[in-house]
Design a protein around this ligand. Structure first.
Ligand code: ZN
Length: 476
């Protein structure tokens, strides 16, 4: 059965299959803006996309997963200047941190991770095509704007009320969109190219319209064209990107190439709330993975808590939810151990099953898989898993092995690794918190703060041993 998924554009459940004649399913996901650590709201979206990719792969599809790195926008330029470093150095620090967090959270690496800075010529070429075709115009200062009125079906993704689309200043999550405040003909037009401004510092590139830099939206159009072609199978992102970002991507791409159907399927995941409130800097609830590790939770527990709700509904992330995730994971481990004993397998064999042991059977987990394939219903799938594990009826070696084959595939799709959770043993909470803070300071290249925190740790009798992708705390 192909995976069925709700599509934002048609508002229908549709099967996910590569377009006719193709063997590979191409998916493009808008990636992080690398100007600081990603927060759990970002990670919820990336984890859901990861689960979608894994589910398609278990289903037998070959997937090409492209997720970009936004390393060129107002935030990254401002951040680099505040840190008195180059844009390249600054964004590399945060890209490395993002990769380390992704690895800890069990995210598969995308097949291509293109960066905006590395695709300036492609963006300029697309803007030039839009100007040549009359879909874009050059303003007095050398900026280039997309002329929304030239695109007859603009708004088709987010089902905009066209009479109300006079502005780009609010996104589909109702948040202010503060970019693109330049000299444009209509408030609904958006910047494709921003002419060079003093505050851009050394970050400008040549173009047919003078020096400057691309606007934000054009990067995804240019990079998806480069890596997935004129049209591709699925485009994903958080719901806040639906308008204007994705709407603008469609307009740019379809007008530039002249080919409709930019992305065949649109996958948007709902918002994350934290303790019932909207996430914001001022509320201090923009949790990072480091924050939650400092509170004593493992990345696997964080992953579980972030997938506990359906992607279509807002998820209320709470500390209690992390506690629930901890007990749910341990319940799954205990239930799995019972089946392992009957099957005569060790935990290690289950974690890395050999070909011989991976049979095609789903055992009693067939309903759990069917639920997951139906609109990526992760909470429904977890519910089915618990139902099976709670069923204590007699198992045979054969039926236990079939169960394990099914369960292994589902856990792979969910990206949940069992028997690996090793919370830092015997590290007091205040030491763990100092360690996390020092690591964050080091990642941010704030070596003064990092040194101070190292001394504070030493005073408490602890040493921090840095590894490439993390650290250990040892009693000194
Ligand atoms: Zn994008």
């Amino acid at each position: 059965m192909p995976v069925l998924l709700h599509d934002t554009m048609t508002r229908e459940m549709r099967p996910l299959l590569p377009k006719a004649g193709k063997l590979t399913f191409g998916m493009y996901c808008c990636g992080p803006t690398v100007y600081g650590p990603a927060h759990i709201g970002n990670f919820r979206t990336f984890i859901l996309q990861d689960i979608l990719r894994r589910t398609l792969e278990v289903d037998g599809l070959k997937v090409k997963h492209v997720r970009n790195i936004t390393d060129l926008d107002d935030k990254t330029i401002r951040g680099a200047q505040a840190a008195q470093t180059t844009l390249t150095e600054f964004t590399k620090t945060w890209t490395d941190k993002f990769h380390a967090d992704c690895e800890a959270l069990g995210l598969l690496t995308p097949h291509v991770e293109p960066s905006a800075v590395a695709h300036i010529p492609q963006q300029v070429a697309m803007i030039k095509a839009l100007v040549d075709k009359g879909n874009a115009y050059v303003s007095k200062d050398g900026s280039v704007y997309f002329k929304v009125s030239s695109c007859h079906d603009y708004g088709k993704l987010s089902h905009l009320d066209l009479s109300k689309r006079e502005t780009q200043s609010t996104n589909s999550a109702g948040e202010a969109n503060d970019s693109d405040e330049y000299d444009r003909e209509s408030a609904s037009d958006f910047a494709l190219w921003k002419s060079r401004k003093p505050e851009d510092g050394a970050n400008f590139w040549p173009s047919p319209w003078g020096e400057g830099r691309p606007g934000w939206h054009i990067e995804c159009s240019a990079m998806s064209l480069e890596h997935l072609g004129v049209t591709f199978d699925l485009h994903g992102g958080g719901i806040d990107l639906c308008f204007p970002h994705h709407e603008n991507e469609i307009a740019q791409s379809e007008c530039a190439t002249g080919v409709p159907g930019f992305a065949a399927h649109w996958f948007h995941s709902a918002h994350l709330l934290v303790e019932g409130e909207k996430m914001s800097k001022s509320k201090g609830n923009l949790y990072t993975l480091e924050d939650l590790k400092a509170k004593g939770y493992t990345p696997m527990e964080v992953r579980f808590a972030l997938i506990a709700g359906h992607y279509k509904s807002s998820l209320n992330f709470t500390i209690k939810g992390l506690e629930d995730a901890r007990s749910a994971l341990s319940k799954i481990e205990k239930g799995t151990e019972r089946i392992l004993t009957v099957a005569g397998f060790s935990k290690e064999e289950f974690a890395a099953p050999t070909k011989q042991e991976v049979q095609t059977s789903w055992g009693r987990f067939a309903p759990a898989w069917a639920v997951l394939e139906n609109d990526l219903n992760i909470p429904g799938c977890l519910g089915q898993i618990f139902t099976v594990l709670a069923d204590k009826s007699e198992l045979t070696v054969e039926s236990a092995r079939q169960d394990l084959s099914g369960l292994a595939k589902i856990l792979y799709a969910l990206g949940l690794k069992l028997f690996t959770s090793a919370p830092a043993q015997g590290v007091p909470a205040d030491v763990a918190e100092l360690g996390a803070k020092r690591w964050a300071a080091k990642q941010a290249k704030d070596f003064v703060a990092a040194d101070r925190l190292r001394l504070e740790l030493a005073e408490l009798g602890w040493t921090m041993l840095d590894r490439k992708d993390g650290y250990d705390l040892k009693k000194s």
